[in-house]
Design a protein around this ligand. Structure first.
Ligand code: PEP
Ligand code: MN
Length: 341
């Protein structure tokens, strides 16, 4: 439910509405637009609440949110959410564009640092790298775990770039949160509800990847778990879905970008590396994603993709990544300031 305050309402009216909610054990989320303030109501809503709120001074309208996801919906947050990452305060959403880049997996301090320096020089603002790797086969390289987190943190100290890394299990959230600036929830875990609850208890931004077979509604309901925990810093990531096509690893669903902007206030980034599975498709699909209005990109880059321990076939060399960044910049320059919702 949202409470739309009248344009001529005052601070005292707003305070009374918030108090009315908190007295009933509910929470209020304020969205202050240029013309009006909207109060999002968080928690189980008693039947009489709408009538009570409607007669309060300064209240324009009380609207029930019809979608199954509430806090993730556009109605709840008419202004775009801006997520702020790390000490460097990298912003994403609401017109702020961020590029996350780095290797699929952390392999060594040298590999991570060389990649971090190269992607930073090319304009990336957040360093990615997996330390806990979800692998289709249990015999594949499954990551360096805490040693990998330490390597990422050292690269952050040296370059100033905030880091994003995956957490696969609720029991690892505390450990991973000690090191990282953004918690990544991978495609395979989009509907791991205990994990979503756990990351919802942190106050770190969460990068929530879309599951292989997740509908937009499934995905936004997964985000709702994190938001309902009180963590409002959620970034959605389209990384391709499973279709009948086998030539590409996944099918990048470009529709998702403008659809999510219409349905939700949360930022959405594109992952053309996993969305295609082939390095030579990454740049064209990154261009298309940016043209479709993505708030950012996440790109796998490796100093020597042929020797990568995971996802080498879809990893860009630093030179190819720098060229991608040049092309993305050129495309952004001709886009409207903020694509309409
Ligand atoms: C990754 O980012 O390396 C990864 C495992 O992604 P996804 O969860 O999208 O497969
Ligand atoms: Mn990968």
């Amino acid at each position: 439910m949202i409470v739309v305050m009248r344009p001529d309402s005052n601070q005292q009216n707003l305070d009374s509405v918030v108090k009315h909610l908190t007295d009933r054990g509910l929470k209020a989320h304020l969205s202050k637009g240029v013309e009006r303030t909207i109060v999002g109501v968080i928690g189980p809503i008693p039947g009489e609440l709408q009538d009570e709120l409607e007669v309060m001074d300064g209240v324009g309208e009380v609207v029930r949110i019809s979608k199954p996801y509430k806090m993730a919906s556009r109605e709840f947050g008419p202004t775009d959410t801006v997520v702020t990452i790390g000490k460097a305060k990298v912003k994403i959403g609401g017109g702020h564009f961020a590029v996350f880049a780095g290797p699929c997996a952390v392999e060594s301090p040298e590999q991570v640092l060389a990649t971090a320096k190269a992607v930073k020089a090319a304009g990336a603002t957040v360093l990615r790298g997996g330390a806990f790797k979800p692998r289709t086969s249990p015999y594949s390289f499954r990551g360096m775990k805490e040693d990998g987190l330490k390597i990422l943190a050292a690269a952050r100290d040296e370059t100033g770039m905030p880091i994003v890394t995956e957490v696969m299990s609720p029991r690892d959230v505390e450990l991973v949160a000690k090191y990282t600036d953004v918690l990544q929830v991978g495609a395979r875990n989009m509907q791991n509800y205990p994990l979503l609850d756990e990351v919802g208890q942190t106050r770190l931004p969460v990068l929530l990847k879309r599951g292989f077979a997740g509908t937009y509604e499934d995905w936004l309901l997964a985000a709702e778990y994190v938001l309902a925990g009180g963590n409002l810093q959620v970034i959605l990531c389209e990384r391709g879905i499973r279709t009948f096509e086998t030539f590409t690893r996944n099918t990048m669903d470009l529709n998702a970008i403008p659809v999510i902007h219409r349905l939700s206030h949360l930022p959405v980034v594109a992952d053309p590396s996993h969305g295609t599975g082939k390095w030579y498709l990454v740049t064209p699909i990154a261009r298309a994603s940016v043209a479709a209005g993505a708030d950012g990109l996440i790109i796998e880059v490796h100093p020597n993709p042929d020797t990568a321990k995971s996802d080498g076939a879809q990893s860009l060399t630093p030179d190819n990544f720098a060229e991608l960044m040049r092309q993305v910049k050129a495309i952004r320059a001709v886009l409207p300031a903020k694509a309409p919702a």
